[in-house]
Design a protein around this ligand. Structure first.
Ligand SMILES: [Cu+2]
Length: 142
């Protein structure tokens, strides 16, 4: 049990670090009422290789890691499964690329009303660490 690290850190602006994993600039775009999905972006870095194995949030029924890819001129999203963060690198989740897709939004994402996502990472020794990340919501069009 002593290898298990559980941290719960709430910070809107400061980098969020847990088990040496750093999450910078988390954000999501506001959604319009009735919109069933939203996307969350951030930068994730870790000195050791880790996998993002689970993401949960109270505001959506499910969260998936998505990638975007052009297929026959149409941008398509794919469920990417686990997200790998290579040692010493920064993985950027950004519009047009990898993102956390919130599926089945229970309420719209509103600018200025942050939501929280609970992210669980696993390292090469199968040690898991979970943290709650506060995600600021930006206005539509910003
Ligand atoms: Cu998506």
């Amino acid at each position: 049990m002593k290898n298990l690290v559980f941290a719960s850190i709430l910070a809107a602006i400061a980098p969020i670090a847990f088990a040496d994993i750093t999450i910078n600039e988390p954000w999501a775009r506001a959604t319009v009422p009735g919109q069933p999905v939203g996307a969350v972006y951030m930068k994730i870095s870790s000195p050791a290789a880790v996998s993002l194995v689970d993401v949960q949030t109270d505001v959506a029924k499910d969260v998936q890691v998505h990638t975007m890819k052009m297929e026959n001129g149409v941008m398509k999203m794919r469920d990417h499964g686990q997200l790998e963060v290579p040692a010493g690198q920064t993985v950027e989740l950004a519009p047009g690329g990898v993102h956390l897709m919130l599926l089945g939004l229970k309420k719209p994402l509103v600018a200025g009303e942050p939501v929280t996502v609970k992210m669980t990472f696993q390292d090469a020794k199968n040690t898991r660490s979970t943290s709650t990340v506060t995600v600021p919501i930006r206005a539509i069009g910003k």
